[in-house]
Design a protein around this ligand. Structure first.
Ligand code: BTN
Length: 328
């Protein structure tokens, strides 16, 4: 009902819509309309009301409400069903539960803040208000061993969106850190369930520091992370980012389904800061070498100092020195 009221107010943006017209159109009482208007105000919408004239939308909040994301979203299936939370433990957790109950591909879970945001390798993901926290349920027909391709695809979608909207040089650090310069601005977490070597569901979780001031970050993050607000010098529209990001994910996913991993890997290679760099990879053991390639499953190929190569499927990569004179 709130969405329908908003749709009508938006259509008549700048002018009044009477309570009676809203009530007739939506087949409810004028009192019910008033209650929903109050609820919308509670959500942060500024709505003016005048006796005998009705209601007028003055300003919409930058909240990731289904109506806000949905109204100009140009996707076929991603984000067509949206679950929005003011606060949740983790959008991943909610999305997993929905996926297990059979939620359809493209279902989006989004939250304004998370109490127990999850990062890669069992780390926590700091999730204050102003950030973007979302999880998308996917059902790709692929083997779980190829799931990292979905992480690379999502990273490409995020970096492209940042580049296109804000003109910032977003880069990708293998496997799925989104960076501006050497600071992390976002990350991707993939979780899945599979049966008989086929993915049943796969959740793409993305966290992005959007409208977050560096000064408000815990001290340990201030040097290593950044945000869109810091980089742009102003607050950005999170809703706009989310719409464009979802559109990009869907576009790349459809390309992936039609033409396989090659076009995705090509885009990833054009936006990574990892290939050609001397890297240290930590995954139980620590190795160092030159990152020379990613293979068709998205694994990182590292050439060690002794000339041998190692295929890395998971791990934390730190870039030692970029494109330096190492011969490996
Ligand atoms: C990383 O460690 O770089 C990945 C972080 C992924 C965080 C996102 S925020 C939305 C979704 N819900 C979570 O609990 N985690 C992911």
């Amino acid at each position: 009902m709130k969405e329908e009221i908003l749709r009508m107010l938006c259509t008549h943006r700048g002018s009044y819509v009477s309570g009676a017209a809203l009530a007739t159109q939506l087949k409810v009482s004028k009192v019910a309309i008033w209650k929903h208007i109050q609820a919308l105000r509670g959500d942060g919408y500024s709505i003016e009301s005048r006796r005998r004239r009705g209601y007028r939308l003055i300003a919409a909040p930058d909240l990731l409400l289904p109506y806000e994301i949905g109204r100009e979203l140009q996707t076929k299936f991603i984000g067509r069903k949206i679950f929005h939370y003011w606060e949740v433990n983790s959008t991943q957790k909610v999305a997993k539960e929905l996926a297990m109950k059979g939620a359809e591909e493209g279902t989006l879970v989004v939250a304004e803040t998370q109490g127990a945001g999850k990062g890669r390798r069992n780390r926590s993901w700091y999730s204050p208000k102003g950030g973007i926290y979302l999880s998308v349920i996917m059902r790709p027909e692929m083997s779980p061993s190829r799931a990292s391709l979905m992480a690379l695809l999502t990273g490409v979608a995020a970096a492209k969106t940042i580049r296109e909207i804000y003109g910032l040089k977003a880069e990708l650090k293998w496997p799925n850190d989104i960076q501006i310069g050497d600071r992390k601005i976002g990350g991707v977490l993939i979780e899945l369930a599979a049966e008989a070597e086929l993915v049943n569901w796969l959740i793409i979780g993305t966290g992005l520091n959007a409208n977050i001031k560096k000064a408000s970050l815990p001290r340990e993050f201030r040097v290593t992370t950044t945000s869109l607000e810091e980089e742009c010098g102003r607050k950005i529209s999170r809703v706009n980012f989310v719409r464009k990001f979802l559109e990009r994910i869907e576009q790349l996913y459809l390309i992936f389904k039609r033409r396989g991993e090659a076009p995705i890997l090509e885009e990833w290679k054009n936006m990574t800061n990892t290939l050609g760099a001397w890297v240290r990879v930590e995954d139980g053991e620590t190795i160092e070498g030159k990152a020379v390639d990613v293979d068709r499953d998205g694994a990182l190929i590292v050439k060690l100092a002794d000339g041998t190569t190692k295929r890395i499927v998971a791990g934390d990569v730190s870039l030692r020195r970029k494109r330096c004179g190492h011969t490996a």
